[in-house]
Write a protein that binds this ligand. Sequence first.
Ligand code: ADP
Ligand code: MG
Length: 340
Amino acid sequence: MSDRDPSSEPLDEFALIASVKRRVQPAPGVLLGIGDDAAVLAPSEHPQIVACDALVEGVHFKRSWISPEALGRRIVTANVSDFAAMGATPRWALLSFTVPSSTDTAWCYAAHEGVIGGLEEVGAALVGGDTTSTGGPVTLSLTLGGDALWEPLRRSGGQIGDQIWVTGTLGDSALGLRMLKEGGGTSPEQAFVIARHISPEARLDWGLWLGSEGVGRSAADVSDGFLQDLGHIALASGCAAEVQLEDIPLSDAYRALHEGSSAPNLHDLALTGGEDFELVFTAAPDANLPARRGAIPVTRVGRLVSGESGAIRVLNADGSERRVLQAGWRHFRSKVAEDV
Ligand code: ADP
Ligand code: MG
């Protein structure tokens, strides 16, 4: 935003809102955007999809790790990833922006720029929000709305015999977070996994394809950890799942960094680490999937089987079962991010 305030002055929320209002492009379906007491949207002929996600300083990020633009984009990605998992099309968003009153003004403008830019990339517009000060951590909360142009992909749509697929590669984000906690890193492999943590991409293109083609029977995004998110699908679908450990897709950077580390099991972070924002989905055994869409491959990793609802068996190459201790991220149980 070109009319940014000098960063030394305290944030003027009305100047910020006026600047954001000027920056946001008019969008189809938005009859009244930022500036009144509420936004007015045109009715849609499609079912409406709504999702909400928050990023809390100290829980999800440290301000020293991530630029304000990247933070703004990341809150968009978290929401768009949920839309991808539903096969839904983003249209509009509301931002709740909560910062300590001492927060640098330029930082606040840049965070909004990240949100607006991230939304523009998926064809959505910021239609309003709320700006408040706090004695606590920086908190960005985004509500994203849009259309279900076809039947939404539900977690509950899986059937016994479905094959389980995953987009992209798993574990890079968790490994990137580990690198950041250890003080960062400058090798190309370290830079790659750190970028996967700081600037993840949602797999909207895959989600829309799975929904529009009717290929996806069930889907979830990998935000809390692959096994946990697959477990949600299996539980909602009333069946169990089998995963072939050797088939879990790993990036070259992930493999290289593991080789140079003392971590015992190659696949642990890929199975349980959060915030990959890949999609895990199921499709009929005879479904015809392209190997990739754009640069993003898809890999078959297992199948839904009969058994205890939500149970997941991870199988080694020789067919023996692999014990996995921690399933993934849980806000009110895990200590994973205590020292973030
Ligand atoms: P109120 O006092 O009624 O809550 P505000 O002054 O908070 O009104 O908001 C005025 C307008 O600015 C509204 O359209 C609101 O949606 C919008 N708005 C407030 N904060 C933000 C923000 N951080 N980003 C985008 N729009 C915002
Ligand atoms: Mg308000």
